[in-house]
Structures are given as structure tokens and as C-alpha cells.
Ligand binder design. Structure first.
Ligand code: PLP
Length: 388
């Protein structure tokens, strides 16, 4: 019988699983799932009233809550189903010219990189890549390597706030401020950041920032947002063009009219965002700041435990960590090891990165985890040592 953190009962995760991968898809607490169900019930009781009369006011309620949480202006924030859609909406709206350089890093999330490659290929633009080392010595290296790739043709930087495979919190603030000063746009893929890191998007000043509520904010799946600098809003269009494109309404921006309705969809995840913010923020006496600090401390302690057990040097300073940590494993068969861990009911992210046979293990730390979960992973990896 596995003993769990006392907070585990707030989530519906299978008690038989040692769940160390909050990062991939998040996990929604039972109370927030119930909230979502209540929204769905209300929708299905009277769909006409729900969509025609109530929808916009309810969307604005979520928008206000989301904007307050990330310290953005609500007028600049729209909802998208996920960060992938946020990145795509921006990239596919840009008027990229032949020869423009679109800069990113070698740690960029694969899906976002694919979107960048697609847009560049269509426009005859060039994707340039700042190669970031891993293991990495300091956040300053990131700044140095990214800025070294900026040229007078650089049009936009696409950068993860928290990298996916390597779990690094990148120093985006000084990078954005340098690039803004040079008139270069910045698109931040903040898929992991809301609920993992304190955010002040007004102060950050990225041209475009997209983030998920369904990861570390623990909202239901398909709750994410996009914040766009006011001066750029007229050119940024949703992936689906719908009624907003020729609406005669003057009471809100074209940007919001277009993104607020992209065809019939289930808005219950987005409508549950205020509940997720309030509920997660009520679980520890210090609210969200304490929760974020707790998860970060646990990720750092868990990494220490694993690195010690596996005799691997920590691949980055703890200062570069949020609530996830990645550890390079000795070369080998990634899928085989993943299956062996799943056979032991352990869920963790394992990827062939940068490419097979290199392997990288990433742990996540959420309130429902405790150090014993990572001891269980360390023991399994030690037992599997011969084969991994
Ligand atoms: C950096 C980064 N960007 C984007 C995503 C994609 O998120 P979503 O599937 O919600 O679009 C992820 C998912 O893990 C990610 O780590």
C-alpha cells in the first residue's frame, strides 16, 4: 500500500500510481472537476440562454480572473484552447517576409518549433537557433547565446518561459528588454509558467505571451490564454476565422471579438479558471506564493535525492528550476525504460533528447507529491540499473 501526501485526496489520480508527471498534462482537482461539470449542466439545461445571453459575461469573468492572476490587462487577454494554439495563432498571423530571421533556442518545445518552421518555409524566412547547452552552468549563458544570434534581420524571438524537455526557467526578462529596445518582437511560450512561477506580464513586456491554465493552475483541459501587446492586436487573428471578423460591434476590440467566438465549443474549462485559482490558492495558508514555493522546494529536493542515488551531477543550478527538474540519464533505450517504469506504476517524463540514444528524465512536483514518491523512482531506477 503506497502512502500518499495528505493533499492527494484532493485529486482523482489513481492511488496505485506514483505520479511524477504533472508537467505533461496537469491534473485537475476533484473540486474543480465538479465546477466544470456544473458549467456543463448549466449549458445543457438551456443552450440558447447559455451561449446567446450568458456566454460573454461568463467569459469576461474568467478573463478578469486570469488577467489578475498573471498581472496582465484584461483588455489584452483572450482565451485559446492550449498554448500550441496560442503560439500558432501568433506565428500564422505575422506578415513574415522572405529573408526575415525567426530566432528560437535548441530547447524549444517541438510543436512550437514545428509551427515556426512551417511559417518560415511558407514565407521564405529563415529559422535561426541559439544552441543552449545542457548541462548548463548559468542563466547568463542563455542570455549570452540568445543575444549572440540576433542580427539586423531578426524579426521575432520564440522562446519557452519554462523549457519542456529540460525543465529550465529561462531568463526571459532581460532578453525581452534587450530585444524590445532593438524593435524585435518576442513570443513567449509560457505553457508551464502560470501557477508555477509568479508572473507580471505587464512588467515583462513581451509582445506576445501564451500560457496554459490546464497545467500548473490545475484548471480542466483546454484552458489557456494569449496576451498580445495592444499595438499588435489588430494583426493577430485566431486560427478559426468566425463571426468576429465582420462584426459591427464597437463595444470591444476586434481582437477580442474574433478570439471570443471561434465556433461552438465547450467553454466549461475556461469558465472553471476562477474556481481553480481560488481553490488551489486556498490549500496552503500562504496561498499561491506558498504553493509555488512549496512545489519548487520539492522539485529541488527531489532532484538532489535522484542525483545522489544515481550518481549524476545536477545539470543546472537550482536557481534555474521551477516545479520541474530534468536529469540526463546514461545513453540507452528510452522506450524500454519508460515501459519498465510504467510496469512499476511510475509515471514520469522520459524523452530521447536531444536525440536517441541520449535520454532525459524529467520530474514534476505538485502538492499531491512527497519526497517518498521520488525515493520510489530512485529505487526503481537503481534496480533497473543494469538495463538502463
Ligand atoms: C514549452 C511548452 N510549450 C507548449 C506545450 C504544449 O502545451 P499544450 O499541449 O497545452 O498546447 C508544452 C507542453 O508540455 C510545453 O512544455
Amino acid at each position: 500500500m503506497i502512502s500518499h501526501s495528505s493533499f492527494r485526496s484532493h485529486w482523482s489520480i489513481d492511488p496505485a500510481i506514483t505520479f511524477l508527471n504533472h508537467g505533461s498534462f496537469g491534473a485537475c482537482p476533484i473540486a474543480v472537476q465538479q465546477e466544470q461539470q456544473a458549467w456543463r449542466d448549466r449549458l445543457e439545461r438551456d443552450p440558447m440562454r447559455f451561449f446567446v445571453w450568458d456566454y460573454e459575461e461568463l467569459l469576461d469573468r474568467s478573463r478578469e480572473a486570469m488577467a489578475a492572476f498573471v498581472e496582465a490587462d484584461a483588455a489584452d487577454l483572450v482565451f485559446v484552447p492550449n498554448a500550441t494554439a496560442g503560439v500558432n495563432a501568433v506565428l500564422r498571423s505575422l506578415h513574415v517576409r522572405p529573408g526575415d530571421e525567426l530566432l528560437t533556442t535548441s530547447h524549444e518545445y517541438n510543436a512550437s518549433r514545428n509551427a515556426l518552421d512551417f511559417v518560415a518555409a511558407q514565407a521564405g524566412a529563415i529559422v535561426t537557433v541559439a544552441e543552449l547547452p545542457f548541462p548548463i552552468e548559468s542563466a547568463d549563458q542563455v542570455i549570452e547565446f540568445v543575444l549572440a544570434k540576433v542580427t539586423d534581420k531578426t524579426r521575432l524571438l520564440l522562446i519557452d518561459h519554462v523549457t519542456s524537455q529540460t525543465g529550465l526557467v529561462l531568463p526571459i526578462e532581460p532578453i525581452i528588454s534587450k530585444l524590445s529596445a532593438a524593435g524585435i518582437a518576442t513570443l513567449v511560450d509560457g505553457a508551464h509558467a502560470p501557477g508555477m512561477l509568479p508572473l507580471n506580464l505587464k512588467k515583462l513586456g513581451a509582445t506576445y505571451y501564451t500560457g496554459n491554465a490546464h497545467k500548473w493552475l490545475c484548471a480542466p483541459k483546454s484552458a489557456a490564454f494569449l496576451v498580445v501587446d495592444r499595438a499588435q492586436q489588430s494583426q493577430i487573428r485566431p486560427l478559426a476565422i468566425s463571426h468576429g471578423a465582420n462584426s459591427l460591434r464597437q463595444d470591444r476590440s476586434r481582437f477580442q471579438l474574433e478570439f471570443d467566438w471561434t465556433g461552438t465549443a465547450d467553454p466549461s474549462a475556461v469558465f472553471s479558471i476562477p474556481k481553480a485559482i481560488e481553490y488551489l490558492g486556498s490549500l496552503l495558508p500562504g496561498g499561491w506564493p506558498e504553493l509555488m514555493q512549496h512545489n519548487r522546494n520539492l522539485a529541488i529536493a527531489a532532484r538532489h535525492l535522484l542525483c545522489d542515488a544515481l550518481k549524476i551531477s545536477p545539470p543546472c543550478p537550482a536557481a534555474m528550476l521551477g516545479a520541474m527538474a530534468a536529469i540526463p540519464l546514461p545513453d540507452g533505450d528510452c522506450e524500454l525504460l519508460y515501459r519498465q517504469l510504467v510496469d512499476r506504476a511510475i509515471q514520469v517524463q522520459l524523452q530521447a533528447w536531444p536525440r536517441s540514444p541520449k535520454r532525459i528524465l524529467r520530474i514534476s512536483a505538485q502538492l499531491y507529491n512527497q519526497l517518498a514518491d521520488y525515493e520510489c523512482l530512485a529505487t526503481a531506477l537503481q534496480i533497473l540499473h543494469q538495463s538502463y
